[in-house]
Design a protein around this ligand. Structure first.
Ligand SMILES: C[C@H](O)[C@H](O)[C@@H](O)C(=O)CO
Ligand SMILES: [Mn+2]
Length: 415
């Protein structure tokens, strides 16, 4: 039964020609790809470990880190139950679930079979990522662009196998698995041969992706980065590098909100790159002074991103993934808060009087545009969101907080 506050909200939005029912129906169809690595601080489940973190690091020591695939799956099941709608899981190769100890160039579909089975049972679609960090052969902060052909070949093989695993995920689940390629390669100090490094990266990517796989099963994406810890002077896979690569090789382009200069508006990039690539992958994140990967808030940067997706009609060709990892708070709460904030931002954008705003802009009536956007801030979005949660059978408000607290208490004794 709909609440009185929702009925009032529905009428308030209708007065601006906004259909809340249509917005709720659309929101229920948008999957968010939930990143597995928030659950265990990007550690993974391999038995062999290297020292290289690739310049990414989860900080904090909150109790409850998932130590096994079973613990991670239990945490995910809890989190999904507190998030309205049906969503996906973004799995990294280092989260294999097997008694064997394959090196990265030896991974096979069988090492991920428990994830495929679980995802099928849960109705969760899987996305995938080769893992080019946390390995002794990545300790130079160079992988696919390493000057040593042997090291490049090792990582090319890892990438090939990852694509096959992603395709197997896609076949099993009946929807394309996005296979996102991020390599940490870069240079701490000023390099003298940027061109050499970039040519090597391009050649390696080409070798890795040489086999044409069915796009209905697997979609390659490439993720750029401005800089990382230890690679301050140059990242080989910069934005310009991958933008060009994605266009030349017809892959998805991944835009991570933490991978640009802090003054850049990442939302502004969506419409620009959408004219050159068919599909986009987003890593929605919250950089604070650097690529710190804080849990996303319902803040202006997320709202702007969501508004571009909705107003630019980009939802149909954008895969929304999250990328943050905070180990100072409950990891399950971090997932729930982050995914819900992304959904809230999308809902708010869908509830904007888009036609009126665009008409004002087209007629150069910037006063009306400004008045409208500011008036909208007083609209009862919360009542529509609460209705969505209610219809989807998930709690919000105080009951949600007590569920999150109770689950955290139940995992706090993990060693
Ligand atoms: C674990 C992910 O692959 C990683 O966060 C990557 O997407 C990235 O953003 C590195 O900074
Ligand atoms: Mn990322």
């Amino acid at each position: 039964m709909t609440t009185k506050s929702y009925e009032m909200a529905r009428e308030a939005f209708a007065a601006w020609d906004v259909d809340t029912e249509a917005a709720l129906a659309t929101l229920s169809t948008i999957p968010i790809s939930v990143h597995c690595w928030q659950g265990d601080d990007v550690v993974g489940f391999e038995t062999r470990h290297g020292s290289s973190g690739g310049g990414i690091q989860a900080t904090g020591n909150h109790p409850g880190r998932a130590r096994t695939p079973d613990e991670l799956r239990a945490d995910l099941e809890f989190a999904y139950a507190k998030i309205p709608g049906r969503h996906r899981l973004n799995l990294h190769a280092c989260y294999m679930d097997t008694d064997e100890s394959p090196d990265r160039d030896e991974i096979e579909v069988k090492h991920f079979q428990p994830w495929i089975d679980w995802a099928g049972d849960q109705g969760v679609g899987l996305d995938f990522n080769p893992t080019f960090f946390a390995h002794e052969k990545a300790d130079d902060n160079l992988t696919l662009s390493h000057p040593d052909q042997g090291i490049r070949d090792f990582w090319i093989e890892h990438g090939k196998r990852s694509r096959e695993i992603a395709a197997a995920f896609g076949r099993a689940q009946g929807s394309a698995c996005v296979n996102n390629i991020w390599v940490p390669d870069g240079s701490k100090d000023n390099p003298v041969d940027r061109m050499g490094a970039r040519k090597r990266l391009e050649t390696s990517l080409d070798a890795m992706c040489a086999e044409t796989l069915n796009k209905a099963e697997m979609l390659d994406a490439v993720e750029s980065k401005l800089f990382g810890i230890g690679v301050e002077a140059m990242t080989v896979g910069s934005h310009e590098f991958y933008m060009g690569y994605a266009i030349r090789r017809d892959t998805l382009l991944c835009l991570d909100m933490g991978h640009f200069h802090p003054t850049e508006n990442i939302a502004d990039k969506l419409s620009a790159v959408a004219l050159s690539v068919d599909e986009i992958l987003l890593h929605v994140s919250r950089p604070m002074r650097w690529d710190s990967d804080h849990v996303i808030l319902l803040d202006d940067s997320i709202r702007a991103m969501a508004q571009e997706l909705v107003f630019g009609d980009l939802l149909g060709r954008t895969h929304i993934g999250l990328d943050f990892f905070d180990a100072t708070i409950s990891r399950t709460a971090a997932w729930v808060i982050g995914v819900r904030n992304m959904q809230k931002a999308l809902l708010e954008s869908m509830l904007m009087p888009q036609a009126r705003l665009k008409a004002a802009e087209t007629s150069l009536d910037f006063t009306t545009r400004l008045m409208l956007t500011e008036e909208m801030k007083d609209m009862p979005f919360g009542a529509v969101w609460a209705e969505f949660c209610d219809r989807m059978g998930v709690p919000s408000g105080a009951p949600l907080i007590s569920d999150l607290d109770a689950y955290q208490a139940s995992v706090a004794s993990r060693g």
